[in-house]
Structure formats: structure tokens, C-alpha cells
Design a protein around this ligand. Structure first.
Ligand code: PEP
Ligand code: MG
Length: 325
């Protein structure tokens, strides 16, 4: 099977009935970008930039960050690179951060909340990203957005960073694309209000499952309850994809679900056309794409979405994956 998989490395990801699907890679370190195209991805769908901030005693400077982002942009040879602004806090708390340890960190000062609470730290990252946008196709993605207010505040910070660079005569891509992660149930439910403020959306299913089901994603004692196909999770994902698609806003899934080949047809049937995953999963997912017929997958998934019975959903998923390939 491995040999067969490697033979599709350079094959375009197109469904049996001819719909192109975008498969992108998740990376954690700038140098990971070197292997992305070779692995069969068409770009980076999620660069978890917080890893630049961890395992060290001080905050990386704007210049140091700029070099890292430029390196990623150049290593992918002009292919799109979506950089998520630092998603720190919760399970990823840097040594240099002087905030009090929260009793419930997953509900505390994480992601965009921390960025907005530390505007100078945030501004340095945004300036570095904008400067790198002159060297490749950088996209900027805000994590853990919870409300339209947070999205607008984040965009305002980006506008300040742009204004500073303009005043200093420093080059950047004026039309740099900006997106929001949908990974808190509240965001999924009001995603329509984000549409006209963003160029794209990305669904973080890892956190979306955690916050929808109230299951700590890292707690082994409840991991059996961590269920990607819980009907409530499926409703939120499906609603987000539908709302974005109707408005013509590209939407991806960048959580683990996107790299799980057992869920590829399910996501295709919900209307997903952009997947971002660990590079090791790319060819398995591509194989599912190549063997899927959207005309068949769509109605089948619609039936799954009408059910709130976990056993029936599991049965229907099995049928979906056993279908013609
Ligand atoms: C997610 O939550 O699905 C996601 C992609 O972000 P992370 O796993 O880094 O929280
Ligand atoms: Mg997340």
C-alpha cells in the first residue's frame, strides 16, 4: 500500500467527478517548510508560530521572527503559507511570560486573548509577518477567536502595524490575507458575522471538540469521550462550512480531523474543499479524495447530519467509507 501511496505524491488531489481539493500541511518549525511540497501539499495551511516562543528564556525579537517567517515563505517557493499568530497559554505556556498560572488554563488567557492583552508583543509579531509578506504568500490567521469584537480588535492591531510600516517606508503585501480560526463553539455559531471581515476561515477541530464536549483534549481519563463525530460537533463544523461557502469565503479544517482518512469523505460531503494536516497523513487523505464521488458522498453525509443518534452516525460513516472506491 505504501508503494501505491507514493505513486500519487505528484498527482493533483481531484475527486472522481473532477472537483479539485486543496491539501495543505501543518508545520511547527520554520525548517519543516522545506519538505512540505515534496510531501504532496500545495502549501502550508497552519504554521503554529507559538513554537518560536517556547523553550527559551526570552521573547524573540521582531527581526528574529521576521527571519523565521521569511524563511518559511521562501522555502515553500511562493506557495501560500498560513501563519497562525502565537497561540500560547493553556498547554503551551512560555517561561518568559509573567502571567499568573490559571486554575483552568484552557478557559484562561490563551490565544488571541493573550495577544490582545499584550499588544506590544502582538504588534511585533504582526510587523514581522507583514515584513515577511514581501517575500512570499503569507496569510495571517488569528487563533481562539470568540466574538466579532475580538476579531475587530485583532484587525485593528494589524492596521496599526501596517500604518507603522508605511510610515517607516518598509515593504509589505498590502493585500495580505487575514483569517480567523473557528475553534470555540461561540465562534462557529456566529461565524456569519465574521464573513465580511476575513479573507478565509480555518476550523480548529481539536479545540472545537474539546470546548463543545467539555472534554480536556489532553486528559487520558476522558479521552474515550473525545468524539469527532459527536452530532453536536458535526453540526458546528457543517454550519461553519455552509456559511462560509455560501459567502464565497474559503474555509479549511486544520485540526486532526483533516488528516484522518476515515473522515475525509465526511468532510468532503459537508462541502470542505481545503484540508490542512500533518504531512505524514497527506497521501492517505489524497487517496480518499481521488476515490470519492461528491454526487454520492453529499447526500449520504446529509443523512448523517440529520441524525442525532451516535450509533446511526457511526454506521453511516462505515457505509460511507465502504462505498465504491
Ligand atoms: C485545533 O485546535 O484544531 C488546532 C488546529 O490548533 P491546535 O491543535 O494547535 O490548538
Ligand atoms: Mg487550537
Amino acid at each position: 500500500a505504501r508503494r501505491k501511496l507514493s505513486s500519487i505524491r505528484n498527482t493533483d488531489a481531484i475527486t472522481e467527478d473532477g472537483t479539485p481539493i486543496e491539501l495543505l500541511a501543518n508545520i511547527e518549525l520554520p525548517q519543516d517548510a522545506a519538505n512540505v511540497l515534496q510531501a504532496g501539499a500545495v502549501g502550508v495551511g497552519l504554521f503554529r508560530s507559538e513554537f518560536l516562543f517556547l523553550g527559551r528564556d526570552n521573547l524573540p525579537s521582531e527581526d528574529e521572527q521576521f527571519e523565521a517567517y521569511r524563511m518559511v515563505a521562501e522555502l515553500t517557493g511562493g506557495a501560500p503559507v498560513t501563519v497562525r499568530t502565537m497561540d500560547l497559554g493553556a498547554d503551551k505556556s512560555p517561561r518568559w511570560l509573567n502571567h499568573q498560572l490559571a486554575e483552568n488554563p484552557a478557559l484562561g488567557l490563551t490565544g488571541i486573548r493573550l495577544c490582545l492583552a499584550e499588544p506590544l508583543m502582538f504588534r511585533a509579531q504582526l510587523r514581522a509577518l507583514l515584513r515577511a509578506s514581501a517575500f512570499g504568500k503569507i496569510r495571517i490567521l488569528f487563533p481562539m477567536i470568540n466574538s466579532l469584537g475580538e476579531l475587530k480588535q485583532s484587525l485593528t492591531q494589524l492596521e496599526y502595524a501596517k500604518a507603522e510600516l508605511r510610515a517607516e517606508g518598509i515593504a509589505f503585501a498590502e493585500a495580505v490575507e487575514v483569517g480567523a480560526m473557528i475553534e470555540i463553539p461561540s465562534a462557529a455559531l456566529v461565524v456569519g458575522s465574521f464573513i465580511k471581515h476575513v479573507d478565509f476561515l480555518s476550523i480548529g477541530t481539536n479545540d472545537l471538540i474539546q470546548y463543545t464536549l467539555a472534554i480536556d483534549r489532553n486528559d487520558d481519563t476522558v479521552s474515550h469521550l473525545y468524539d469527532p463525530i459527536h452530532p453536536a460537533v458535526l453540526k458546528l463544523i457543517s454550519y461553519t462550512i455552509k456559511t462560509a461557502s455560501k459567502a464565497g469565503v474559503p474555509v479549511s479544517v486544520c485540526g486532526e480531523m483533516a488528516g484522518d482518512a476515515r473522515l475525509t469523505r465526511l468532510l468532503l460531503g459537508m462541502g470542505l474543499r481545503r484540508f490542512s494536516m500533518h504531512p505524514a497523513n497527506l497521501l492517505d487523505v489524497k487517496q480518499q479524495v481521488l476515490s470519492s464521488h461528491l454526487d454520492e458522498v453529499g447526500p449520504h453525509v446529509a443523512r448523517m447530519l440529520r441524525s442525532e443518534d451516535p450509533d446511526r452516525i457511526a454506521d453511516l460513516l462505515q457505509q460511507l467509507n465502504a462505498g465504491p472506491d
